[in-house]
Each structure stands twice: as structure tokens, then as C-alpha cells.
Design a protein. Sequence first.
Length: 273
Amino acid sequence: MKNGIHICMAILLMALACLSCNDEPQQQGSSETAQADSQPEQAVSPDAANPESTAEPANPCAMLPDAGRLRMRGTLQYGSNGLLFTQCNASDALPINDNADGLLAEQLLRMGNESGSLYVQLDVMIDNDGMSLEQLWRASPTGRSLGCREDLSGLLLLARGSEPYWGVEVRGSRVIALLMPTDDGSGIDETLYDFSGLRREPGRTIYTGSNPVDGSSIELDVTEAGSVDSESGDWFGMQARLGYSGGIHSGVAWPGELAEMPEEQPDPTPAGE
């Protein structure tokens, strides 16, 4: 996980370095928002005295991969020149372009005001213009949720709702876990359903599971539509409808760290067979 964070930060820093590229690479750009209009320099020739040395580009733009879309978590706040994003477990605050109709600024003003900060989970696009918002999945005031301490490893999706309170985790172990408060309120009951199906439609995904004990079923219907959680006031990029035991319950959802549900692995053949 730490290696992944370091790789993401390296990509971000290389993308931002490109903003200072110009026709005279010896001069450093003076603005974070300068455009990279020039072509990258050619790679420096290897040292003639050391034929095994590797050629390295003198211009960071020549090193920039096609980073594309990345999913990240961290803290959002205002800086002197606009919005800044600091990835979880990192210290560098990097500028981010709020391209989704001002959605980041809107949520920051709604929940954190100009002097506060938000925990955000989002997709960004990295290119020669820097880092831009592609999709906001979750936003909550810093300190009001687990934030970067939330463990999303091994999870494809999480959802929750109220009246009654419920939670769902779609796990990479091909299990759908239904989490409900105990009758006496002293803890959480967990009911596990074997993952049995996934159906995708434009902007919508439906997860289904079956209980191996009593044969009951569960269905989680998730749509990509932004909404404010009525209980917490947090913003989520997905709405959820949970169906189980003959009832339908509404809530919100957000992604885990897994991009896809792992394929089911066949049982290993016992030795000697």
C-alpha cells in the first residue's frame, strides 16, 4: 500500500513539474498554472566514460507517463491560489482543478467553510495541465469521520443507511456482508451472503448474494448520483437501495480500494487425484 502511495505521488509531482516546462528548459517556470506548450527535450546522452550508464531525460515532461485517471483519498483545503489536495500519508499539498461544476468548492463551503478542510475520496485526471477532478465519491469534514484511517483494503464497495441503521460491505473475498445493530444496541450483527452476481447498466451496478445457511438473498442496487446523507450531512457520489428480507432501504455508497471483483477461483485439486 505504501509503495502505491509513493508511485501516485511521484506521478503527481512529475505532472506538476511539467507545468513549468517552456522553450528554455534552463529557466524554471514561475507559476504553478503555467502551460507546458513546448516539446520535451531529448534525453541526455550516456556518459562516454561509463558505457553502462542509463540515459536520463533532462526535462521532467519527457518522463511523464500517460497517468490517466487515478483514485485517491486525502484532505482538501483552500490555499492562497486555489484548492489544494494532500493525499493520505503524504505531506505535499498539490493544486487541484475543480472541473466538475465547482463541486469541490461547493462542498468545502457547505461543510468546512473557507478556513476548514474536508476529507475527500475522488478520481483525478493527471496530464500536462496538472491534477483535475474527474469524480467526487465522498466528502466529509476533517475529524468527523475516520478519514484516512478508514480501512478500505479488500473492499469493492461500502454502503450505509438509516431508519433502520444498516451497512453493507462488498468484499473481495466474494462475500456481501450485511451489518446491523444488535437488538440491544450493544454491538453489530454481521450476516454473510455468498456473492452470486453482478449486473452493470450505464451509471448503475447491482450486486446480489445468497445466504448459505437459510437460502435468503440480498440485493444492493447502486447508482452514480450525488447526494447528501440525511444523517451525517456528508456528501456521497452514489446512492444505494438495499433489498433483503422483503424490505427495501435507501442509503448512500462509496468505493473501496478494489477496482473489480476478483474472479472465483476453482477449488484446488487434492494431491494424488
